[in-house]
Design a protein around this ligand. Structure first.
Ligand code: ATP
Ligand code: MG
Length: 296
């Protein structure tokens, strides 16, 4: 019996989660489970593993196979790149973005090519591991081009005369650069997502809700910081306006008269902007602390 659930654990009230066996998504997938308080023995040499404190069974698979396994119901849910989800066109539902595995699927051509817009691709040969997504893109732009499907090292195709253009995953762009290519169109922004099969029973939906709730709390915590600072009372009102916090900031008097200690939560994206304004209002001793979980 687990500490997190008083459900009877039968096969029907257990979730089977497929994650990448090894590769770019494996470590972040395991880390996210850990941050959600789910303990799993990380032995990716095995095909399966059980969580010890959540009714969850893990399957370690190749990322390309995850949509099929989820559609077939071999796994109930999966962590997989959006790019793979769209390419495989299986019957599954995207439940939640996971905040890691960020990349883009882009078209690239030789650096010396005079590329102005996608009409460049008309009648050309495009090498890719994503023929479905590329074909959809071409259809949308009414372009006729030949797609040459290859499973790896797509970036070398133009150099060896196999294709005029490629469509591949990019994060920093350094692989393209090293192969004399330039990125000319982004056709998809991708990150790892949680997918589910449309055949979950009620108990499994309940478990999934629990898992999603934990994932959202972890994601919120990552996007926010806890801030503590000393504020001169004369500017307290304005400082509080900058720091709305979850309800409103905590304000405590300091032993030193005329000063208060203010505690609040601020969003990562507004962080530097707000810190500068706080300093301008005379805030001192600003401490910024990471948050582990945020339940609101
Ligand atoms: P597998 O053996 O599981 O089939 P793979 O070689 O197909 O692995 P990886 O290279 O490990 O796959 O990439 C897995 C996923 O990581 C990609 O499908 C994509 O969603 C994401 N990703 C993030 N950044 C990049 C990047 N720069 N290049 C490729 N994939 C990336
Ligand atoms: Mg793969």
């Amino acid at each position: 019996m687990t500490s997190t659930s008083n459900l009877q654990i039968t096969n029907d009230s257990k979730l089977k989660l497929a994650i990448q066996k090894s590769g770019r998504l494996h470590d972040d997938s395991m880390k996210l489970l850990k941050e959600c308080g789910i303990d799993v023995n990380n032995n990716a040499n095995k095909l399966k593993a059980d969580a010890s404190n959540f009714p969850l069974e893990l399957f370690f698979l190749r990322d390309d196979d995850i949509p099929q396994y989820v559609e077939d119901g071999v796994a109930d849910i999966g962590f997989v790149g959006e790019n793979v989800v769209y390419e495989k066109e299986k019957e599954l539902i995207i439940v939640e973005k996971l905040g890691f595995g960020k990349c883009r699927l882009s078209i690239a051509v030789g650096r010396s090519e005079a590329y102005t817009d996608s009409s460049f691709l008309e009648g050309k040969k495009i090498a890719t591991s994503y023929p479905v997504i590329v074909q959809n893109y071409l259809n949308k732009h009414a372009i006729k081009a030949e797609i040459h499907e290859i499973s790896g090292s797509v970036e070398i195709a133009p150099g060896i005369g196999l294709a005029h253009a490629i469509c591949d995953l990019v994060s920093s762009g350094s692989t393209l650069f090293m192969n004399g290519l330039k990125e000319v169109e982004t056709i998809l922004q991708s990150e790892a997502v949680l997918v589910k099969s449309n055949k979950l029973n009620q108990e499994q939906e309940k478990l999934l809700n629990k898992l999603v709730f934990r994932i959202q709390s972890v994601k919120k915590a990552k996007n926010n910081k806890y801030v503590l600072l000393n504020a001169p009372n004369k500017n307290l009102e304005e400082i509080i306006k900058l720091l709305p916090g979850m309800k409103s900031p905590t304000v405590l008097p300091l032993a030193n008269e005329g000063w208060s200690s203010v505690h609040s939560v601020i969003n990562e994206s507004d962080f530097w902007d707000i810190i500068e304004q706080l300093q301008a209002l005379g805030a001192q001793g600003i401490l910024v602390v990471p948050i582990e979980k945020m339940i609101i």
